[in-house]
Ligand binder design. Structure first.
Ligand code: SF4
Ligand code: SF4
Ligand code: SF4
Length: 256
């Protein structure tokens, strides 16, 4: 008799579907994946999924930006034994969280006109602000190798393994020239979690921090480096908020 496979659901809230696309793009591995898991609910791949059964693992992309998102996330949470936030929108709000601090009703009205008053539109929230999140995979979008590694880890009862060091480490391992120190270009590498193999600096494009911060970012020291290159503290903070809020407050006196 065939053993029961762990059940998986893959979902999207408000986002660009890029993380789900990365999963669909695992073309060489998809057959092996469906050999070991039973993908029950993945609307982007197939309609008519099972919307009600218990899931061993739910992967959820996107930020919570509507009441519908909130309700959907709560339904997923009730079904899932393990909930994994995938992508920076789900982890920390992502690019939409750049609007944090705006007068939200006015902003919606500015964009959509008076009809905006009735829209189901909320400021971006990360999943963990609404429900308990068990694990996270960063990136905008996520990395294919990290997704496949996370599935393997979870099936073996282990938490997904992520690098705890910064993009700069991978950049040095690839022997790239430093765009920040050598060329004075704003690069988020020192504060950003590695795992993308320093993709952008390896093409001479500065990192914009799409994978979110390392677990213990040294904001004070990074601020010293950035300001020594000529950026004002306000500009540094603005740039560092590209993919969501700062991980911790910048020490007093350094952002003011
Ligand atoms: S994290 Fe990036 S890829 Fe994922 S939903 Fe948000 S914008 Fe799209
Ligand atoms: S280019 Fe960016 S990621 Fe690479 S070492 Fe310099 S600051 Fe770090
Ligand atoms: S280098 Fe930076 S911006 Fe580019 S993929 Fe990596 S984390 Fe994202």
């Amino acid at each position: 008799m065939q053993a029961t496979k762990p059940t998986v659901g893959i979902f999207g809230l408000t986002g660009c579907a890029g993380d789900q696309l990365v999963i669909l793009n695992c073309e060489d591995e998809l057959l092996s994946l469906v050999d070991v898991v039973d993908i029950r609910d993945f609307l982007m791949a197939a309609s008519g999924g099972d919307e009600f059964s218990t899931l061993d693992i739910a992967f959820v992309e996107g930020a919570v930006m509507t009441r519908r998102d909130e309700e959907k996330l709560q339904r997923i949470r009730r079904r899932a034994k393990a909930l994994v936030a995938i992508g920076t929108c789900a982890l920390q709000g992502g690019v939409p969280a750049m609007a944090d601090g705006l007068d939200w009703p006015s902003a919606v009205r500015d964009v959509y006109g008076p009809e905006g008053d009735g829209f189901d539109a909320l400021p971006a929230r990360a999943l963990h602000e609404c429900v308990e999140v068990d694990f996270s995979l960063p990136g905008c979008p996520i990395e294919k190798h990290e997704f496949l590694g996370a599935v393997a880890d979870l099936l073996n009862g282990n938490p997904p393994q992520l690098p705890t060091y910064a993009v700069c480490t991978e950049c040095k391992m690839r022997e790239c020239d430093c765009l920040l120190v050598d060329q004075g270009r704003f690069c988020h590498g020192p504060l950003t979690r590695a795992g993308c193999r320093a993709r952008c600096p390896s093409y001479a494009v500065p990192c914009v921090g799409c994978r979110g911060p390392v677990p213990d970012p040294n904001l004070g020291s990074a601020m010293d480096v950035y300001t020594s290159k000529g950026w004002s503290p306000e500009e540094v903070v603005q740039r560092l908020r590209t993919f969501g809020p700062l991980p911790t407050p910048v020490p007093a006196g350094e952002a003011a």
